[in-house]
Design a protein around this ligand. Sequence first.
Ligand code: F6P
Length: 323
Amino acid sequence: MKRIAVFTSGGDAPGMNACIRAVVRSAIYHGVEVYGIRRGFNGMIKGEFIKMDSSSVSNTIQKGGTILKSARSKEFMTPEGRQKAFEQLQKHGIEGLVAIGGNGTFAGANTFYQEHGIPCIGAPGTIDNDLYGTDFTIGYDTAVNTALDAIDKIRDTADSHERVFFVEVMGRDSGYIAMPCAIGGGAEIVMIPETHTPIDMVIDTLQNGWKRSKTSFIIIVAEGDEEGHAPDIAAKVQASIPEMDARVTILGHVQRGGSPTAADRMLASEIGIGAVEGLLNGKKNVMAGIVNSKLVYTPFLDTITKRKLINPRYNRMVEILSV
Ligand code: F6P
């Protein structure tokens, strides 16, 4: 393989730049030319290719976001869009791809491989940590630490004003961000899509807490929880407990930004190298991930169809630690 390309797609995540850097430098190390594709699959369709060298990625390992920009492409979901992307790759002589993104990115790459046969290796870049085939995704550790920092601050005001705070965190349909925020942030309750926490249970926990002289509470709500978003849940609880002084904070996109933690830089670097070396060793249509400290390659189909489970022990931890 003489020339490959790297791109970022879907929601950005801290550590994507560290991964781009690792891809670029390991390609050069192995004597392979490397191009960056700007704006994900949209840029692939439009031919936004830039030749990269070692200095293209200087001074980027510590930066949040993605220097290649990202997008969620509607056009790539159509066969016509994928055909245009294929023609652009051929025009630029690209023989292999490294796709940094989440399950939407890998679903697109999987279909693209079936139709056009361009080898592609995925690097799991998403704050959600919802990908099967890797213990952690690039950006997850940073996002959790950003959220925890905010929750610590919220706790100060919750304590001063003796309030109940409903804090909503991202994660799409997974509770991976919510769980360490609850345990590490000392929350009384965690509401995640993987486990059913009915509103009545929230009300009981609050009332029992007051009986035990607790005066402030933090409830972490994953955005995908089946009881709804934090404002709806808070309103329902408030209706049952009129004396409660409740506030809602939705952390939102603050969780996607910022300089990656050391753990994310390490993970991104290891996976970036693993993706390039996988391509050079003939792997295709798989995601590079780290499971139990080992580099593994998991078929795209598994990464998008199999669900990574949250350890049920963690729910019990929240219960025990909030007694
Ligand atoms: O997948 C990352 C993520 O931040 C999810 O946690 C969230 O549901 C979604 O992206 C938000 O997407 P957007 O930035 O397009 O609003």
